[in-house]
Design a protein around this ligand. Structure first.
Ligand SMILES: *Cc1c(COP(=O)(O)O)cnc(C)c1O
Length: 360
């Protein structure tokens, strides 16, 4: 069977070169006589894998020396609790911008631990835009402010970094990490589940400014304590070794293909092709206001649920899989992460044009 074009929001496609390399190294990783899955996480050979992965994260994202790079487990969702446990320990207040379900889940989790406040929300228009905020919107006493930078379900992305004054800003970048350059210095912490752009599910990359560490509540579970994880170079317990190795391969590939500037160019080209068609189509419509559109997740509708279902069914049969929109919003969504080739989007647009002709 030829490889399908997988438009899933996650887990999503990985570069074929990466999968091939992993396959080649499966039985014997670099002359060690074993698979990365089998080796000790305390061995020299694994140490070099995790160190190289960290180095690549630092290089690609231009991470300053005063930030820790952690490879954790539990997915992005585990950080929804870890973040308040680690940082909500001063005024016990935190400010949230609600731009969709992921931000809302993080907000609800934080509200279990302290006073979580909604600063702005785009719920009034089904999260189809990003609210604008100014420094005055944030409580200067808050322990942190929180945003979800790219909203996987609704297809919006912050086109600005909120000015929170002296309040540390934390961002969930799960669905846009490594898709384009990001000024990490504007954030106290950014983090991402790996399965959208950088590897297998479960692995979670956290990049945390050092001065944020050491504030955890006493009740913080050891495994959720960022300081302990940092002191142990992500090796407090057995880390997700194979997922870290896969992440390293993805990042190596990203570097070899020109880094984040080149990734941005490719992603903009892919997204433009799809959005331009959606904006010119009489059948399909993009649901997000043009200025806040995500490069990674492109939701669209026909306005007719039956036609939406027909489209998803026919697309699946034609090898374009996982185009159904999130169960809470319906319609369609094409997630076009780093590993989706331009040809995949081109083929999808051709298929959509044909469907439009046949269903006028
Ligand atoms: C996918 C996703 C999550 C959830 O990730 P898990 O690793 O499944 O916990 C959280 N936030 C965003 C923005 C996502 O896209």
């Amino acid at each position: 069977m030829p490889r399908v074009y997988n438009f899933s929001a996650g887990p999503s496609m990985l570069p074929v070169e990466v999968l091939q390399r992993a396959a080649d190294e499966m039985l014997d990783y670099k002359g060690s006589g074993q698979s990365v899955m089998e080796m000790s996480h305390r061995s020299k050979v694994f140490e070099s894998i995790i160190q190289e992965a960290e180095q690549l994260v630092r290089e690609l994202l231009n991470v300053p020396a005063n930030y820790k790079v952690l490879f954790l487990q539990g997915g992005a969702s585990t950080q929804f609790a870890a973040i308040p446990l680690n940082f909500m320990n001063g005024s016990n207040k935190a400010d949230f911008i609600i731009t969709g379900q992921w931000a809302n889940k993080a907000y609800q989790e934080a509200a279990k631990y302290g006073s979580a406040r909604i600063v702005a929300s785009s719920k009034d228009k089904t999260f189809s835009y990003i609210p604008k905020t100014t420094r005055e919107d944030f409580d200067p006493e808050a322990d942190y402010a929180y945003i979800c930078f790219n909203n996987t379900i609704y297809g919006t992305k912050f086109n600005y970094i909120p000015d929170t004054g002296d309040v540390p800003l934390i961002a969930d970048i799960s669905s846009c990490i490594m898709s384009e350059p990001l000024d990490v210095t504007k954030f106290a912490m950014v983090y991402a589940g790996a399965q959208k752009n950088i590897g297998p599910a479960g692995l979670t990359l956290c990049i945390i400014r050092e001065d944020m560490l050491g504030k955890a509540r006493d009740i913080t579970p050891t495994m959720l304590n960022y300081q302990i994880m940092a002191e142990n170079d992500s090796l407090y317990n057995t880390p997700p070794c194979y997922a870290i190795y896969m992440c390293k391969l993805v990042l190596e590939h990203l570097k070899e293909t020109g880094g984040l500037e080149a990734a941005k160019e490719r992603n903009e080209k892919k997204a433009k092709l799809l959005y331009d068609y959606l904006d010119s189509s009489d059948l399909f419509k993009a649901t997000v206001v043009p200025e806040d559109r995500s490069l990674m997740n492109v939701p669209f509708v026909t306005g007719n649920e039956e036609l939406d279902a027909k489209f998803v069914k026919e697309a699946t049969a034609a090898g374009f899989i996982n185009l159904k929109g999130h169960r809470t919003v319906g319609g369609m969504r094409a997630s076009i992460y780093n590993a989706m080739p331009y040809e995949g989007v081109e083929a999808l647009v051709d298929f959509m044009k044909k469907f439009e002709m046949e269903n006028k």
